[in-house]
Design a protein around this ligand. Structure first.
Ligand code: PLP
Length: 230
């Protein structure tokens, strides 16, 4: 077994155990493998081990990988999620190449994605990123902005607003992790919209995220190893 296959197996076991502890069905949590900085060969290893959904952070790297791994007849269909910060001049390749965007944090970005989504494709599935820790360095809208942004995004054609995403302040304290995830869940519940997705939980805090209702985990390091940035 390759190390990526073994890591995936270990991550799936962690998810299963956390679901048991939380009294949740394991099918209620989707695993997104975050492949940023890793080559297409690593993605292929994960695909061979049964993983089909992948997350990318950087537009050009992501678009290149989507093209390199495009299905040419055989093999499973891959689902690509854009999860990184998005500038308005880079929305077009994202609208054209990805199935999901988790990092919408202002209306201008959502409007451009909506206008640029090719009509032949399914609506782009989107999450609004919320800054739950109020750290100045973090992207995401504020909880106050969310109340106005969410209905506006939900009304756009070409997009389907699915839920909320957060990257909490890093902490080894599970209580602190859970507090931030619970805040995202409460924000979702406060909106008068039918939102089925909470994109929360990474390699070091997936257990806390599952406890607080995560439906979509974004896991990089625990699957592919430590990233090295060029
Ligand atoms: C890199 C990244 C991840 C994966 O984080 P790990 O700690 O490697 O699991 C998840 N979400 C976002 C938005 C990221 O940028």
């Amino acid at each position: 077994m390759t190390s990526i296959a073994a890591n995936l197996q270990a991550v799936r076991a962690r998810i299963a155990a956390a679901c048991v502890a939380a009294g949740r069905r394991v099918e209620s949590v989707q695993l997104l493998a975050v492949s940023k900085t890793w080559p297409a060969a690593s993605v292929r290893e994960a695909v061979a081990a049964g993983q089909c959904a992948f997350g990318e952070n950087y537009v050009q790297e992501g678009v290149d990988k989507v093209a390199e791994l495009a299905n040419k007849g055989s093999g499973p269909r891959l689902e690509w999620h854009f999860i990184g910060p998005l500038q308005s001049n880079k929305t077009r390749p994202v609208a054209e190449n990805f199935s999901w965007v988790h990092s919408v944090d202002r209306l201008k970005i959502a409007e451009r994605l909506a206008a640029q989504r090719p009509p032949g494709l399914a609506p782009l599935q989107v999450c609004i990123q919320v800054n739950v820790s109020a750290e100045a360095s973090k992207s995401g809208c504020s909880p106050e902005q969310l109340a106005v942004l969410a209905p506006a995004v939900a009304a756009l054609p070409g997009l389907k607003l699915r839920g909320l995403m957060a990257i909490p302040e890093a902490s080894d304290d599970m209580a602190r992790q859970r507090e931030q995830f619970a805040m995202l869940r409460r924000l979702r519940d406060s909106l008068a919209l039918d939102l089925d997705t909470l994109s929360m939980g990474m390699s070091h805090d997936l257990e806390a995220a599952i406890m607080e209702g995560s439906t979509l985990l974004r896991i990089g390091t625990a699957i592919f190893g430590e990233r090295v940035y060029a």
